[in-house]
Write a protein that binds this ligand. Structure first.
Ligand code: FES
Ligand code: FES
Length: 193
């Protein structure tokens, strides 16, 4: 019988308390104990990114984190991105760009994309490509995924210059990112960093 430990953490903005075997991963806890099956289980060895969640705001492969390591931390899964106002901006962008085929990799892609957007709202397309290198899609390629992330780029909260609104800046950044994407289709699989 495996040793169990009670842990407490914030999960998708909700205080959570659960008793878990000390040997299970955060992924097993999330899917099997907490029944949040949006986080997918692919390789269970840190190679596919399907299990990506945010731990204290940073993207991690939850298959590589012990559940007990979540004690006292803040976890966000794909279920936690939606608010009462609706889908997150990035979730909406995936819908609008048609960036989903079978959908298996998409929760991980969106969690990684959320982390990237939080970290650098002024990313270039090259930075987006590098940022999702650890998330594998076996369906169709990455062009629409990259387009979706590029279209969700947002600017920092800074005062607006008089004749140059933040909205204009944002639109120009999106246009530039999409132009960079251009005809050069993303036809090679991202490499694992
Ligand atoms: S299931 Fe975690 S990286 Fe593949
Ligand atoms: S949409 Fe099917 S694996 Fe990515």
């Amino acid at each position: 019988m495996s040793l169990e430990q009670e842990i407490r953490f914030v999960l998708n903005r909700q205080p959570t308390r659960v008793s878990v075997p000390v040997t299970i991963s955060a992924l097993e806890m999330i899917r099997d104990k907490l029944k949040l099956t949006g986080t997918k289980c692919g390789c269970e060895e840190g190679e596919c990114g399907a299990c990506t969640i945010l731990l204290d705001g940073i993207s991690v492969n939850s298959c590589l984190v012990f559940a007990v390591e979540c004690d006292g931390r803040e976890l966000t899964t794909i279920e936690g991105l939606q608010t009462k106002e609706g889908l997150s901006k990035l979730q909406q962008a995936f819908v609008e760009k048609g960036a989903v085929q079978c959908g298996f990799c998409i929760p991980g892609m969106i969690m990684q994309g959320t982390h990237l957007l939080d970290k650098n709202p002024d990313m270039t397309v090259e930075e987006i490509k590098r940022g999702i290198e650890g998330n594998l899609c076996r369906c169709t390629g990455y062009k629409k995924v990259i387009e979706a992330i590029a279209s969700a780029l947002h600017g920092p909260a800074e005062p607006k210059p008089k004749s140059f609104t933040a909205e204009t800046q944002r639109t120009q950044r999106e246009s530039k990112a999409l132009r960079d994407l251009g005809a050069s289709a993303v036809d090679s699989l991202p490499r694992k960093p």
